[in-house]
Design a protein around this ligand. Structure first.
Ligand SMILES: Cc1cc2nc3c(=O)[nH]c(=O)nc-3n(C[C@H](O)[C@H](O)[C@H](O)COP(=O)(O)OP(=O)(O)OC[C@H]3O[C@@H](n4cnc5c(N)ncnc54)[C@H](O)[C@@H]3O)c2cc1C
Length: 301
């Protein structure tokens, strides 16, 4: 299999390619076994070629943004991880709209929008993801979410063919969007609203202060582990179940915010998974609430 990969990558692929790299280097949790191949497509045609190749050979493909909402299991990911963090970084502005590459960081985009006097993305301050990943998870905070600023997305399908999906078809819901299966988002079409930069700055400051008050910043994490159940807060339920500070190996239920699991240094995916199972059991037993994961668990056991 490795030889078949190598021929394509030597002869055709323009971007960087790495073999057998630990996913722990590419996730905010710092956890995850190796992937077979990590490819960094340089542009749309490079990615289209890669997807056509993978489809012809039946190799699985996993699109990766900044790795801030995933837990990669300890045996890693088979097939090709498509790292969107090198190509797809352009932003094309037109009045109050922008076509934004999937690899652009939310922070970079927010900064540019502020300079241009364009509001609407302030909720995303300090959410460490890419635009592509943020669409998939309908990332949000403080009453705002990606749904509010997305008009549509450009995608390449499993065979490398291009398509456009309008926001209406994405059926955005809480931390979810119906992105067509096996597609890679390459750009998002976004709409902002005119707003004085100093007002945008004030909102950013307010949200940043709120975030710094209850986020564990000392250790690595993937943000909130569970979705808030209707009418409640996962963090409060976990705390009331007495689990704040509980550890498995080097994974710990944060003592700052109970809906974060932090990596104290050498945590494995199996440690995080055993804490997640404990949390679900205890919260169900004590509170009768079934918590659904917000982070995506991927890869092999
Ligand atoms: C400290 C911290 C704070 C956080 N706070 C918040 C918060 O307030 N609100 C919130 O909603 N989230 C929060 N998160 C979670 C996370 O940052 C968001 O979900 C973010 O949008 C994920 O983007 P990403 O690029 O890291 O995606 P990844 O984790 O790389 O990927 C997430 C999913 O999207 C898919 N994907 C990524 N890029 C593409 C693409 N181009 N095409 C198709 N599929 C793709 C992946 O395959 C995966 O299934 C936080 C995380 C951390 C570490």
């Amino acid at each position: 299999m490795a030889q078949q990969y190598q021929l394509f990558f030597v002869q055709r692929f323009k971007g960087k390619v790495l073999f057998d790299v630990p996913m722990s280097r590419y996730t905010s949790l710092g956890i995850g076994g190796p992937c077979d191949v990590m490819a960094f497509p340089q542009d749309e045609s490079d990615l289209a070629d890669l997807l056509a190749f993978a489809s012809a050979k039946n190799f699985p493909v996993f699109p990766l943004g900044r790795g801030t909402n995933i837990l990669v299991r300890d045996k890693g990911i088979r097939g090709i991880v498509v790292n969107m963090d090198e190509g797809f970084k352009e932003i094309n502005w037109a009045d109050v709209t922008a076509v934004v590459g999937a690899g652009v960081g939310l922070g970079e985009l927010l900064k540019e929008a502020k300079t241009r006097g364009l509001g609407g993305l302030e909720f995303a301050v300090d959410i460490p993801g890419s635009v592509g990943g943020a669409v998939v998870t309908n990332a949000g905070a403080y009453g705002g979410e990606m749904k509010d600023v997305i008009e549509g997305i450009e995608v390449l399908n499993r065979k490398g063919k291009k398509g456009y999906v309008a926001a209406g078809e994405l059926n955005f819901s809480y931390r979810h969007a119906d992105v067509p299966k096996d597609s890679v988002i390459i750009r998002a079409h976004m709409r902002f609203e005119k707003k004085e930069p100093h007002l945008i700055g004030e909102k950013i400051k307010e949200f940043r202060t709120r975030r710094s008050e209850n986020s564990p910043i000392r250790y690595r994490s993937a943000g909130s582990v569970f979705k808030n159940p209707p009418g409640g807060f996962a963090g409060r339920l976990i705390e009331e179940a007495g689990l704040k500070g509980r550890a498995a190996g080097d994974a710990q239920v944060s003592d700052v915010h109970a809906n974060y699991i932090v990596n104290l240094g050498g945590a494995k995916a199996r440690d995080v998974l055993s804490l997640m199972a404990l949390i679900r059991d205890m919260v169900y037993k004590e509170k009768g609430v079934v918590l659904e994961p917000e982070i995506m668990v991927v890869g092999e056991d």
